[in-house]
Write a protein that binds this ligand. Structure first.
Ligand code: 13P
Length: 283
């Protein structure tokens, strides 16, 4: 059975590692994620953005993920990533998603709280858990585009109030990461992270972890991050490998053949990210 992120993140928080949340898009990428996590005995969060879920079908993804839980003896959570529409969250929680991120970070503080509270009330009644974001990450994620200059770091005191008033299960923090690739090396505000950690007791989530040097992600985990979101770092090697395959085999048309190098390239990254998070053998 699919589980929520509640217990896996509580264990990660206690033992000071992180559970990776991988953004998937279809059967192939979902299977690479869960099968690799199972090989490494890592708990795993399978995440889909609104665009992905519209593309692949929420009920199809639930069925595939449920099937994976029957085959692999690791905790697997199915997560809605960056949802802004409450009705969509309700629909997919009812379909079997065990965790939801409501992203109302564009709204002001009070409206963010009010929106998140509605989702918490609904999801908790259904046995699902809720992640929300305070502050604003720059970059591009799905249809969500936030200009660098509009990015805003999380205020530690507001974070404490936000968590208390919303009743969320985990908090996404803005400490200098951005979605997608970086122009230079990202600078993470660890002092801010430590202060948030000292004031907030729910698990903290790092979005935009692709293209962040491994040592920085590890530092972030040391200072309290226990969920690490990865999307771009999976998409690039997958598509590069498929492009290379077509370059070498311009007449290819068998998906079983041209998808395979993509899956293999993605698997290497999933292995590296699980090791970076320290979640190997924590299932
Ligand atoms: P990246 O694409 O930068 O890895 O961001 C992923 C993410 O934060 C998904 O919510």
């Amino acid at each position: 059975m699919l589980v929520t992120t509640k217990e896996m993140l509580a264990k990660a928080q206690k033992e000071n590692y992180a559970v990776p949340a991988f953004n998937i898009h279809n059967l192939e990428t979902l299977r690479v994620v869960v099968e690799t996590a199972a090989e490494l005995k890592s708990p795993v969060i399978v995440a889909g953005t609104p665009g992905t879920i519209e593309y692949a079908g929420g009920d199809y993804l639930v069925a595939i993920a449920e099937t994976a839980t029957k085959k692999h003896d690791i905790p697997i959570a199915l997560h809605l990533d960056h949802f802004e529409n409450i009705d969509k969250i309700k629909e997919y929680v009812n379909a079997g998603f065990t965790s939801a991120m409501i992203d109302a970070s564009k709204e002001d503080f009070e409206n963010n709280i009010n929106t998140v509270k509605k989702v918490v009330e609904y999801a908790h009644a259904k046995g699902s858990v809720v992640e929300a974001e305070l502050g604003k990450l720059g970059g591009v994620e799905d249809d969500l585009v936030v200009d660098e200059k509009d990015a805003m770091y999380t205020n530690p005191d507001s974070a404490k109030e936000f968590v208390e008033r919303t009743g969320i299960d985990s908090l996404a923090v803005a400490i200098g990461t951005a979605h997608g690739l970086y122009k230079g090396e990202p600078k993470l505000d660890f002092e801010r992270l430590k202060e948030i950690r000292s004031k907030v007791d729910v698990p903290l989530v790092l979005h935009g972890a692709s293209d962040v040097p491994e040592n920085l992600v590890k530092e972030a985990i040391k200072f309290g991050i226990c969920k690490v979101n990865i999307a771009t770092d999976l998409k690039i090697p997958f598509s590069d490998a498929v492009k290379q395959y077509f370059k070498e085999n311009p007449d290819a048309n068998d998906p079983r053949k041209y998808m395979t190098p993509g899956k293999e390239a993605m698997k290497e990254v999933v292995i590296a990210k699980i090791k970076m998070c320290g979640s190997e053998n924590k299932a």
